[in-house]
Ligand binder design. Structure first.
Ligand code: ASP
Length: 444
């Protein structure tokens, strides 16, 4: 929590308050004055414009955000490649573990279907409102049928045109190649360019902060607009969605990360999670992989004996590139909102959701709500209205806190894997355990 936030209510409290206030006001207005022209006027001329300005503040940072985070990520991978083998294995983990996470998330949403808990009448009303928009996106997606051109089209003719059209794959491809080229240049040439991109990236981070400052009022307006039109039913399925995301994150944290840690180190689940207590608390309370970075490195070194060069190399990279919880959250949210808006996502489209959740999670900045602008992008990409974000923003703080925990824990896990696979030593037991054993041995 920043100093400024400490003075008043914290931002997440205000967003939550905004969500509740907007929803209560909207539901009450719907019950009292449903279809009254004055209510429609307020929705169209007050709530909608405010909500749109907030959404556009998020949209407008997407292009510079994708460019700066991926370019900077790749230039640091340029160093990784010098270390060859370690770099390859690290990147393998950074793609493999979030993929497992999204698959868990998508399975849960497909099985439990939280978005279908919504009243069909409300859903069809929502559909009517957003159908044209969604249909044009779906048409656009369908017109580029899957084939050899799918791959050819990833290479943009003109990256500025790709960015302007919201063709993120084109922009991402250009940025990847640009980053690789930058990493190949002599440091005297690349350093100033990287410094500029870092500066732009930081400014973009501040801009996300501005957008998020608007979030309490933006969320109030967006949720009011939706509930005044559609009443209470629209928010009913939100509770189930939050529970499902938390269940998904816990399953991944304990089932995948804990189990992999056990396979790699032989350390039992209970012991593993006891050693990373401070890490969990820090990630949970800051909602930021970057803010947690010093704790992650310290935990790896002090609790597991990961060598300094491994921890100092793998973990900062992971704080930027490796976001298991975020990928899971993105995939679940896209599917949930698709269910709410009645957009049918085929298996092929769900595969795109998996790939895009993993790719965009790589591009997400390790800051509170870093994933929201990219989530909007994935939603639009598969034909789900970006406005759907209004439904979940009010509960996002708790989800953000929760998803940051697997984000940082998987960075630690990767450092354990690299240590083990490079034949280096780590502590199978903690310092206290070793001490207790040593005491026992001398007294015996
Ligand atoms: N808050 C997350 C992190 O820093 C990013 C996100 O998913 O918004 O890891």
């Amino acid at each position: 929590m920043s100093k400024k936030e400490k003075k008043g209510f914290a931002l997440h409290t205000k967003i939550l308050a905004g969500l509740v206030a907007g929803a209560v006001a909207g539901i009450a207005s719907n019950a009292l004055w449903q279809d009254a022209p004055a209510l429609t006027w307020v929705v169209d001329n007050v709530a909608q414009p405010i909500g749109q300005i907030f959404l556009r503040m998020l949209f407008m940072v997407v292009v510079p955000l994708v460019f700066t985070s991926i370019a900077l990520g790749v230039t640091s991978i340029g160093d990784v490649r010098k270390v060859g083998r370690i770099g390859g294995k690290t990147l393998g983990f950074f793609v493999g573990t979030p993929t497992l996470a999204v698959v868990i998330g998508l399975l849960l949403v497909n099985i439990v279907q939280p978005g279908h808990a919504i009243d069909p009448a409300v859903r069809s009303a929502l559909l009517d409102t957003y159908a044209a928009d969604a249909a044009s996106k779906v048409d656009a997606a369908a017109s580029t049928s899957f084939g050899i051109n799918t791959f050819v089209n990833i290479v943009p003719r003109n990256p500025l045109d790709s960015a302007a059209r919201g063709d993120m794959l084109g922009l991402i491809f250009f940025t990847l190649v640009f980053g690789i080229a930058l990493a190949k240049l002599p440091e005297s040439v690349s350093r100033p360019v990287i410094k500029v991109i870092e500066g732009v990236g930081e400014a973009v981070g501040v801009m996300i902060g501005f957008a998020m400052k608007l979030a309490p009022i933006g969320v109030t307006a967006l949720i009011f607009g939706v509930t005044a039109r559609f009443g209470f039913d629209v928010v009913q399925s939100l509770g189930l969605y939050v529970v499902m995301v938390l269940v998904g994150l816990t399953l991944h944290l304990v089932g995948v990360i804990g189990t992999l840690a056990r396979m790699i180190t032989g350390i039992r689940h209970a012991d593993f999670f006891r050693r990373i207590r401070a890490l969990i608390v820090t990630a949970f309370s800051t909602s930021s992989s970057n803010a947690t970075l010093p704790t992650t490195i310290r935990t790896a070194q002090e609790e597991f004996g990961v060598p300094r060069q491994v921890a100092g190399f793998v973990i900062p990279l992971g704080a930027t590139l490796n976001m298991n919880g975020t990928a899971l959250f993105e995939g679940m949210t896209v599917l949930f909102l698709a269910q709410v808006f009645g957009v049918d996502l085929s298996l092929g489209t769900q595969a795109i959701v998996i790939v895009m959740s993993v790719i965009t999670a790589i591009g997400v900045a390790g800051v509170p709500s870093g994933s929201i602008p990219l989530l909007v992008m994935v939603l639009e990409m598969v034909g789900v209205p970006g406005e759907g974000i209004a439904l979940i923003l009010g509960v996002d703080r708790i989800l953000d806190m929760a998803r940051t925990v697997p984000n940082v824990t998987s960075d630690l896990l990767t450092s354990l894997f690299i240590t083990k696979s490079e034949g280096m030593e780590f502590f199978a037991e903690t310092a206290e355990e070793a001490e207790a054993e040593a005491v026992a041995a001398t007294t015996a």
